[in-house]
Design a protein around this ligand. Structure first.
Ligand SMILES: Nc1nc2c(ncn2[C@@H]2O[C@H](COP(=O)(O)OP(=O)(O)OP(=O)(O)O)[C@@H](O)[C@H]2O)c(=O)[nH]1
Ligand SMILES: [Mg+2]
Length: 544
């Protein structure tokens, strides 16, 4: 059952069950109405609904959609104005239903963020794929000449690395697009298709297949001659040049060099602002460094008065699981996690088996759970006597590429009684054995697991992992971080995150004005080093 919980989903069976539940809950009883009258009312309504959903093959999930509509009046479905209201519900059920699964966030978006997002949506709709403005912009791109009358400018994001990295770098690219009035387009490789709903109303964020450089994008690397960094290095671009190119590549990945990093200098943004097409390859959460640029300072202060909530808001704005992934999430949740008093998510990511052997990691997890009182201890000297059905009080959701941690913890709680009498159940949705970021189904499972983790009440994450950062940000939680094991188990084994923001693993250490090195974690109070990576930087709430 646990070998791959996701693959057990049977869509039709589940939707029938949900539909039956719905009928029961609403107390719909045929004996109250003459059957013929009911038929007269119901048939046209059903017909219209089937017409609406016909093109999307959504019959199996209509019932689930109805069930969750009842939450509309209770919860703030639009997340404090974060989400635009003008979407068709059936096209993205998670957008409206996640509030039924996730506790309402105490962090509300600022009214300035809400109005900037609505402005962005308008811009995207008027410049996005399929519009006349887009077609003109493509002509401009092909001609190589800048047309100063064009009001549309773009950032094209190019995929790279694991899903956690991708989500964080897309978020960074989006904030950059909002700050610079650009439209964000995603170069979606097949491995990412069907993961997310479209985030913007009446427009697509997917780079069209006929984009001129589409087939070259995957081969764009750091040494690409048309990248901003290389053009600076070769003196083929500067701020006083009159004839600037209509497109430039930006290489903002973990191994970028000094010239690529000049992207983060205000002087360089003066040039970049003029270029209509910026093609960006990034695998990092570079967003914190935007907070060090004076050109964005005023806007960012108004957008995010609480600096700890940047990814929390932007992540929940941008990344809604597709109907297919949402089905995996909700089926699993209802089956294993819904009925318990508390859910504990433990995300286990081991980067190096040599320096982090299995037993070290296992001991670290159990010590952290015991010391921080996240889970009850067991009496190893006793065995669980003849089992009578007892109510499960806590569910542990483990995510990991391998099943071993899950097996050990599950058998511990099955074989031995807990000291406080609680019954603990342990689950793991999948064990993919190894990272396969070019495999679409693998990415769907990873995305579903990030979401399931984000629905837990207490979250334990692994140091350095962008997978864990996404879960904590979407869930709005400061996690317990399992510190990196480097040959020895660290002491303390874990610690509470001081901010739910992700860490930028590869920040520039350069003062653009002084043209010298600087520790960028010492310049403003809301940017400090991360709890899990000493050289990384992240955003903190200033009052912390
Ligand atoms: N389903 C599943 N996949 C995982 C898990 N851990 C890692 N993976 C896979 O491995 C990838 C790791 O990349 P990220 O999502 O960026 O996570 P990360 O921990 O930062 O790892 P790196 O980027 O490789 O350093 C994920 O996207 C998944 O594809 C897990 O617990 N469950
Ligand atoms: Mg990563």
């Amino acid at each position: 059952m646990f070998s791959d919980g996701f693959l057990q989903c049977s869509n039709r069976k589940q939707s029938r069950r949900v539909f039956n539940l719905q009928m029961k809950r609403d107390g719909f009883s045929m004996s109250r109405f003459p059957k013929l009258a009911v038929l007269f009312i119901a048939l046209p309504v059903l017909f219209i609904l089937l017409l609406i959903c016909r093109d999307e093959r959504l019959y199996p999930i209509i019932a689930a959609g109805f069930k969750h509509d009842s939450y509309r009046l209770n919860g703030d479905k639009l997340l404090g104005g974060l989400l635009a209201p003008n979407f068709r519900k059936a096209s993205c059920l998670s957008r409206y239903q996640s509030i039924s699964y996730r506790k309402s966030s105490p962090h509300k978006p600022s009214s300035y963020l809400v109005s900037k997002l609505r402005d962005y949506e308008k811009l995207h709709k008027s410049c996005g794929p399929g519009t006349e403005a887009y077609k003109r912009s493509i002509k401009q791109l092909m001609s190589g000449q800048i047309d100063s009358s064009s009001k549309c400018k773009y950032v094209v994001w190019v995929a790279f690395c694991g899903l956690g990295n991708r989500i964080l770098s897309i978020t960074s690219a989006f904030l950059y697009a909002v700050l610079t009035n650009r439209v964000l387009l995603i170069n979606e490789e097949p491995d990412m298709s069907g993961l997310f709903c479209e985030p913007f109303p009446d427009a697509s964020w997917i780079l069209p297949m006929d984009f001129p450089f589409k087939n070259q994008l995957y081969s764009f690397e750091q040494d690409y001659p048309h990248s901003y960094g290389n053009m600076l290095k070769n003196n083929t671009i500067n701020s006083s040049m009159e004839l600037l190119p209509s497109h430039l590549y930006l290489y903002l990945s973990h191994d970028y060099d000094h010239h690529d990093k000049l992207f983060f200098c205000d002087q360089d943004q003066i040039v970049l602002r003029k270029i209509p097409w910026l093609i960006m390859k990034s695998n990092v959460y570079f967003l914190p460094s935007l907070f060090l640029m004076s050109s964005f300072e005023e806007d960012l202060d108004k957008l995010f008065p609480d600096k700890e909530t940047v990814f929390h808001h932007l992540g929940r704005y941008l990344f809604h699981p597709s109907n297919e992934v949402w089905k995996l999430i909700t089926t699993y949740y209802k089956h294993y996690l819904a009925e318990v008093e508390e859910r504990i998510g433990i995300q286990i990511r081991v980067f190096d088996n040599e320096t982090s052997p299995f037993q070290y990691v296992m001991d670290q997890i159990l010590t952290c759970a015991r010391k921080e009182k996240l889970l009850p201890e067991v009496d190893m000297d006793k065995s669980v006597s003849a089992q009578y059905p007892k109510k499960i009080s806590k569910a542990v959701l483990i995510t990991s590429l391998i099943p071993d941690y899950f097996e050990e913890m599950k058998s511990m709680y099955l074989k031995h009684p807990t000291l406080n009498g609680e019954v603990i159940a342990v689950y793991q949705p999948s064990h993919e054995e190894e990272q396969q970021s070019e495999n679409n189904l693998h990415n769907k499972k990873a995305w579903a697991e990030m979401n399931l983790l984000s629905l837990t009440d207490v979250l334990v994450t692994s140091a350095w992992s962008t997978f864990g950062y996404v879960a904590q940000g979407l869930g709005g939680k400061r996690p317990w971080i399992l510190y990196k094991i480097n040959g020895t188990i660290p002491d303390p084994v874990c610690g509470r995150g001081m901010s739910m923001e992700p860490c930028f693993h590869a920040p520039p250490v350069y003062d653009c004005k002084a043209k010298s090195e600087v520790d960028t974690a010492t310049i403003v109070p809301h940017l400090r080093h991360c709890e899990d990576i000493s050289w990384g930087i992240k955003l903190f709430n200033i009052s912390q």
